[in-house]
Unconditional design. Structure first.
Length: 291
């Protein structure tokens, strides 16, 4: 069954129509973990998410479903119509707009800071803590299934990160966080900036979300930080940002290696082994930036 046929079959059941009444328009590009399509039914547009291979290793769909109901109160997400926790397939209302990644992100820093403050200052709580150290151990465990031993370089970089942990991992600072607030997940609409894809939501340090904003270009995170804070960042502010970006690179190093092991380099035409090594280079760079 093709992805298009799967979308028609599931959507037909959800909307109680004939599969032929479901028109798959196009796939949204940019995501490496999921396949997201736009489809039309009853003259309305929706998105349909099909998780990538073994995506359940990294996302708990029960937690995601509960957190979506919590963050719906913020009015930042598009409305979820259907989410099957077993398969991870999700239908949501299509949001007309332009991905921030296709515009100039630096022109939307005030709006991005406003969106993140709405999340962090909301006093809402996710049902889970993101807990960077525990999550990293879980991701490492997925690689252990292949009898994989991390390189000395990885272990040394992780040890350097762990040595900084007591200074920067403070649960008393944890608020509701998006967890993947890279620019590709922001959408510029006529009603302002919106934020999609809450798969990695959890209670975490707000600086984690700021660091995510610099996923493609860390200069974006550096530019966002003073706007978010409302003043010139201190050395410690910058250190915290570097610390969490270094963590994210360690985390995605493990994810990239896992994708290599399950054959996604061939399936997707992406050299995930090379990507994994690039993440180690970035980890070292950010750890070296901490003063």
């Amino acid at each position: 069954m093709t992805n298009e046929q799967r979308i028609q079959e599931v959507a037909a059941t959800v909307f109680d129509v004939n599969p032929t009444a479901v028109s798959v328009d196009h796939r949204l590009m940019g995501g490496m973990s999921n396949y997201t399509y736009v489809f039309t039914v009853n003259d309305e547009k929706f998105t349909f998410r099909i998780p990538g291979k073994n995506a359940e290793k990294f996302v708990d769909r029960d937690i995601e479903k509960t957190n979506i109901k919590i963050v719906d109160k913020l009015g930042l997400n598009n409305d979820t119509v259907y989410l099957d926790v077993a398969s991870g397939m999700k239908i949501a209302r299509y949001l007309e707009g332009q991905p921030l990644s296709t515009t100039d992100p630096l022109g939307h820093l005030i709006e991005a800071a406003y969106v993140l403050h709405r999340i962090h200052d909301s006093e809402l709580r996710a049902v889970n803590d993101y807990n960077p150290q525990q999550r990293l151990a879980r991701y490492e465990g997925h690689l252990a299934e292949f009898d994989f031993d991390h390189s000395d370089r990885y272990n040394n970089l992780k040890a350097r990160w762990m040595a900084q942990r007591d200074a920067y991992v403070d649960p008393s600072r944890w608020t509701l966080c998006h967890g993947d607030s890279q620019i590709s997940n922001f959408v510029v609409t006529d009603d302002g900036l919106r934020l999609m894809d809450w798969e990695f939501t959890g209670n975490n340090d707000p600086f984690y979300d700021i660091a995510c904003f610099g996923n493609n270009d860390f200069g974006h995170a550096l530019a966002l930080l003073p706007v978010y804070l409302g003043h010139e960042p201190s050395v410690e502010d910058y250190n915290r940002l570097y610390f969490y970006r270094a963590y994210q690179c360690l985390q995605w190093h493990n994810v990239a290696l896992y994708k290599e092991f399950i054959g996604l380099s061939v399936d997707l035409g992406v050299d995930f082994a090379m990507v994994a090594n690039l993440y180690l280079d970035k980890t070292e760079k950010f750890l070296n930036s901490i003063k």
